[in-house]
Design a protein around this ligand. Structure first.
Ligand code: HEC
Ligand code: HEC
Length: 292
């Protein structure tokens, strides 16, 4: 019964996500469920770490982040031998068996496998793909860029163009390697399309945009959409849109310029009950700024 209504709520939350702002979707989710529906979980945002080996191996340089703070697709990227060898500039190698054990533990408890409040919000915040639409009615106009990384199907870029046929306009797909800025043509289109493009590269980060170059516009309003089919896979908890929004207003002097915090990554410097999986506002105390 509870499972069922939970599913319905998830659908409603997904609908909400499409119709209103991200914030409303992430925040609104829990009010659909209703406080206290899931007894005993009240106040606990993510399941606390209950794996001793994880706590030791992953809690030596920073607080041992609960698996519920990132979705499976993010942990999959973070927890490979290759990724750990260059882990945010540090070497965090693990032997093969330990890696397998910790990886299994984390993937089984990732945000999208949890119904706890903050895990749920993180799942919603990372659930939808990159999907940028632009209505183009002048030359030199492009969609916002999307980025691809990874291998094989992870690199598929969806190109959707409508109201192009018959206008004489030319839509161009462009790429920029590493960061957005140095654009090169990849393909061009003069009729409506729904195609998938894949550069088949190996793990390189490449940005794409779709639009009409200078000289490519004749008339009408052509709609272009670029999509990545995948969704966002942040490598940092602090890059998750919901987490970013919650900390936007904290001045730098209290975070990176605060010697007892260093960066937002050190959750437990401010969240006094972080190890218990509790991140509520009334448990926050910023070192050296007791009055915040
Ligand atoms: C040798 C030290 C070290 C070890 C061991 C280590 N890390 Fe890290 N980790 C770092 C550093 C440094 C950062 C970046 C912190 C910063 O930007 O201030 C980081 C960042 C992270 C982040 C991103 C935090 C954010 O900013 O949102 C995650 C997630 C993470 N580590 C997970 C793990 C896991 C899981 C393990 C165990 C397999 C692990 N780490 C082991 C040093 C380490
Ligand atoms: C510099 C201190 C500081 C650090 C470091 C920090 N936070 Fe926060 N966090 C805050 C403050 C202050 C708030 C309350 C913001 C508000 O709503 O006004 C907050 C709010 C939150 C919330 C929302 C809580 C709620 O009930 O609305 C979550 C979740 C959260 N932080 C998670 C994290 C995680 C995870 C990390 C580490 C990756 C982290 N924070 C690092 C200060 C910090």
């Amino acid at each position: 019964m509870m499972q069922k209504s939970y599913k319905l709520v998830a659908l409603l939350a997904a609908a909400l996500l499409l119709n209103s702002g991200y914030a409303a979707a992430e925040e609104g989710f829990w009010s659909w469920i209703g406080a206290g529906t899931i007894d005993g979980w009240r106040g606990v945002g993510v399941v606390p770490v209950d794996n001793k080996q994880y706590k030791e191996e992953c809690g030596s340089c920073h607080f041992a982040y609960q698996p519920g703070l990132l979705p499976t697709k993010s942990w999959e990227k973070l927890l490979t031998a290759e990724a750990l060898h260059d882990h945010f500039g540090e070497v965090a190698d693990l032997d093969k068996d330990t890696l397998q054990t910790l990886r299994d533990y984390v993937l089984n408890n990732a945000a999208d496998k949890s119904m706890h409040k903050i895990a749920k919000k993180i799942t919603i915040a990372t659930d939808e793909g990159q999907n940028n639409t632009s209505d183009i009615s002048s030359q030199d106009t492009y969609s916002d860029p999307i980025s691809v990384e990874g291998v094989a199907s992870q690199r598929a870029v969806g190109v959707f163009i409508t109201s192009l046929t018959g206008t004489g306009n030319t839509v161009t797909l462009q790429k920029s390697v590493g960061s957005a800025g140095t654009w090169m043509d990849v393909a061009s289109y003069t009729t409506d399309q729904q195609v998938s493009y894949n550069d088949s590269l190996d793990k390189q980060v490449v940005f794409y945009r779709l639009g009409v170059k200078a000289g490519g516009y004749v008339k009408g309003a052509t709609r272009v959409t670029l999509s990545d089919f995948v969704g966002t896979r942040p490598l940092r908890i602090t890059e998750v849109r919901y987490i970013k929004r919650k900390h936007n207003d904290i001045p730098a002097k209290m975070v990176k310029d605060n010697k007892d915090v260093k960066s937002l990554s050190y959750c437990n410097a401010c969240h006094t009950k972080a190890e218990k999986g509790i991140f509520k506002e009334d448990t926050v105390s910023i070192p050296n700024y007791p009055d915040y």
